[in-house]
Design a protein around this ligand. Sequence first.
Ligand code: GLN
Length: 547
Amino acid sequence: MARYIFITGGVVSSLGKGLASAALGALLQARGFSVRLRKLDPYLNVDPGTMSPFEHGEVFVTDDGAETDLDLGHYERFTGVAARKTDSISSGRVYSTVLEKERRGDYLGKTIQVIPHVTNEIKDFINIGDDEVDFMLCEIGGTVGDIEGLPFFEAIRQFSQDKPRGQCIFMHLTLLPFIKASGELKTKPTQHSVKELRSIGIAPDILVCRSEGPIPAKEREKLALFCNVRPEAVIAAQDLSTIYDAPLAYHREGMDQAVLDAFQISPAPKPDLSKWEDVSDRIHNTDGEVKVAIVGKYTQLEDAYKSIAEALTHGGMANRVRVKVEWVDAELFDKEDPAPHLEGFHAILVPGGFGERGTEGKIKAAEFARTRKVPYLGICLGMQMAVIEAARNVAGLATAGSEEFDHEAGKKRFEPVVYHLKEWVQGNHKVERKVGDDKGGTMRLGAYDATLLEGSRVADIYGTTSIDERHRHRYEVDIKYREQLEEAGLCFSGMSPDGRLPEIIEWSDHPWFIGVQFHPELKSKPFAPHPLFEDFVRAAKDASRLV
Ligand code: GLN
C-alpha cells in the first residue's frame, strides 16, 4: 500500500505548488523510494484540452493520450516518471462520470449528492495504482477556501480516515510576505490559511512557506506554535534563480526529512543527490550564451510554451551554454520582411499552435531560416509551416496551405499540402474521427511510433531508427505531395511505421533544419535532455561561435 502526501495551497495562487510537489518527488526518489504524482484540479472543464493557452498555459500530453495540466510536465521533468491519464482529474471529469453513472442507473435510484457520490469518485481516483509505488503525491489545484475545491478537500480528509493511521500526511504551501516598512516577514496570512484548512478537518503536518529570504527562528517558532506543526516541519521555500535548484534547496531546508519523520520512517535512507548536483552545476557553470527566437502566437504568456522553454534550458545544460529565449510574435511580420525581427538570433524555433492567425509570419520565419542557413526547429504547426514554405517557394506550389485555415475561413483558398486526417492507425487498431466530433479529444493524441530514415540527420541525432514521441494535432502533411517535395530537396526523414504519415522533415543541405509533427519537448528532462533539443542548441552554439 502506498503512503499518501496531499499537497494543498493557501494565501495566494501561483506559489509553485506543482514545483514543490515535483521536487519532493525527486527527493524521495533520491532516498530510494518509488513515487507517482497526481493533480486534482477543481475547475469544471473536463480536461484542459479545450482551454486557451492564454488562460491556462500549455496542455501537457501524456503517452496514453491524456490532455493534462502543465504541472504534470513539472512532475515528469523532476521524477522521470511518465505521467498517465489516471494522474490528472478535474471537477468536470468527476461530475461527468457521476452523471453518466446516474443515467445508467448505477446508483439504484438514490439521491446523488456531493458527499458521498462525488467524494467517492475522487477517492477512487486517488486510490488507483495504490500498490504500485511507495509514495503517491497528490496536489490539489487552487487555494484552500475556493468554493470549487471543497469536494476535493472533503475527499482527501475522508481518504486519510479510510486508510490506516500514519498512511497519509498533509503538506500546505503558503506565502510569508515581507513588509518593507517594518522589515518583517508576516505569518498572519499563513495562520489564517491553516485555520481555514483545519475548519474543514485537515491539520497540516508540514508547512512549506514561500518567502524572499530565510525564515528567522522567531517566525519559525511562531508559525509552529500557531499552526500546530513542529518547528522542523516549517520549511522555507526561498525564491530561487532556477527551478532546478529546488530539490537541493528543499533538501537543505529539511523537506524530505520532515516527510520521513511525519511517516515515522526511521532510520531514514541516506539520499543520493548526485543527479541534482550535476544538474545544478550545469545550469550555473556555463560558457557563453545562445539566443533563440521562438516565433509564436501566445507570446504574452510564457507558460503557453512551458515545456519548450524547459527543453531549451536542458539543451543548454547539455552544451554548457545559457539559452536566452526571446518570444517573437509571428503576426509582427505576417505582411512584412521578417529580417529586422529575426536577425541576430542563433536559432529559430516555431512551436505548435492552432488556427490561421500568425501563420504567414511563421512561414516567413521558416523561409528566413532556410535561406539564411539559421538552425530551425519546427514543432507540430512549426513543421507544417516549414512544409508549406517548401511547397510554395521551392516546389512551385504557389497556393500551398493547410486545410485547417480553409476550414476556419469556411472557404477553399489553398492547395491542401496539410490536410485533415480522419482515420489512422495507433499500435494495431484503427482510430476514426468524424468532422462533427466534439472539439475536445478529436486529435491524434499521445505516443506514436515513427521510423527514421537510415543515414538522415535525425537518425544520427537519435542514434536509432525507431522512436516514439507524443502527438497532439488534427492535421497531417499529405504524402500525396511527397515526391514533388523530395524533388525540391526536402527529405522525409521520419514516417509512421505504415508509411502514411510524415513525422519528420529535414533539409539535408542546411546546417540544421528539422520539422517534427510531434512534441519532443514533452519528454525532455534536466538530467536527460531530449536529443533533438540537445543537438539544436549545439547547432545554435556553433552558429554563435561563427559570428
Ligand atoms: N493546428 C495543427 C493541427 O491541428 C497543429 C497542432 C499543433 O501544433 N499542436 O494539426
